[in-house]
Write a protein that binds this ligand. Structure first.
Ligand SMILES: [Zn+2]
Length: 222
């Protein structure tokens, strides 16, 4: 009687099938590893605080208009929610792009029109880590814009000084601030992480503006 599977044939078939299976399994494992790496990468980006491209409403706010932007106020409930929300980073690939450049320009126009010395993203309704600061430590005291800014070091002791805020009408008060700090930001020129030491009153402005990016308002520190 002829068996449809001879032992040898079955064995060989199984052997070959096994080999195919092993190969497929190996490919499957490799694909899964690639997928895991992608998932892990996305998760890491997510943990960095929503390092995403511009969302529709941000683009609209920034691009639909020119010049001075409306300044958010603590006295308005919706504005206050924006001022209290921690800001996310701007992907370095977008620094130098059309939307970023328009935002940077309009932030400077806003702070100049309001006769302030600094302004942060949430103060123009954009929850992104970007500030415009008047550099009193540079010749001509220019306004400069710093994307993805953070304070990475402080030195000496804090000193008290009077502060006000464009988002907090009719309120001033003494705040303790460092006079010697290191800032890190994405250089709009090179798109690389840049470190800089700032001292004096300009360092105070940087701290006030960086607070805004963490949802902190100067009155919290009085
Ligand atoms: Zn402020």
């Amino acid at each position: 009687m002829r068996s449809p599977f001879s032992f040898q044939g079955f064995g060989r078939g199984l052997y070959y099938r096994n080999e195919d299976f092993s190969l497929n399994l190996w490919r499957f494992e490799t694909d899964m590893k690639k997928l895991l790496i992608i998932v892990a990468f996305v998760a890491v980006l997510g943990c960095r605080g929503g390092n995403e491209g511009w969302i529709g409403s941000e683009k609209e706010l920034i691009m639909d208009g020119r010049g001075k932007m409306r300044v958010t106020l603590v006295t308005d409930e919706e504005d206050l929610a924006v001022l209290r929300k921690p800001s996310s980073e701007i992907p370095s690939g977008l620094v130098g792009g059309t939307v970023y450049r328009r935002l940077a320009g309009r932030m400077v126009e806003t702070v100049t029109a309001e006769e302030g010395v600094g302004i942060a993203g949430p103060q123009v309704g954009v929850s992104r880590r970007v500030v415009a600061v008047q550099r009193f430590d540079k010749e001509g005291e220019p306004f400069e814009v710093y994307p993805n800014i953070r304070i990475v070091a402080t030195r000496g002791e804090k000193e008290a000084g009077p502060e006000g805020c464009l988002s907090v009408p009719d309120r001033r008060g003494d705040v303790l601030r460092w006079r010697d700090i290191d800032i890190a930001y994405t250089s709009p020129a090179t798109l690389s992480d840049t470190l800089e030491t700032v001292t004096g009153f300009t360092a105070v402005i940087f701290q006030h503006e960086c607070d805004h990016l963490d949802g902190v308002i100067f009155t919290d520190r009085i």
